[in-house]
Design a protein around this ligand. Sequence first.
Ligand SMILES: [Zn+2]
Length: 89
Amino acid sequence: MDDKSDLLGEAHKILAENPPQPMPPKATCRDGYTRDHYMVEAKRKYDFWGWLSLLTGINARPVEVTFQCTKCGDVIEVSRDPRILEQNW
Ligand SMILES: [Zn+2]
């Protein structure tokens, strides 16, 4: 019994079952800026209650955040991800 070839066979089996996933392309505008770039503005969209809170001076949580490049105007990402919304109060 050859332990080494056994291990290799095992590795091949694991790789065949779980092929490495390609990284999802990072969203950028035509300048190559990501949503974290300082030229990229996070535009917050609020619902009725959000606006009401803002009008009465209370900080409101947006319902949607649009990341738009202030240089070329490209929309990089529109997010309703709660984690993103939390970061963009
Ligand atoms: Zn741009």
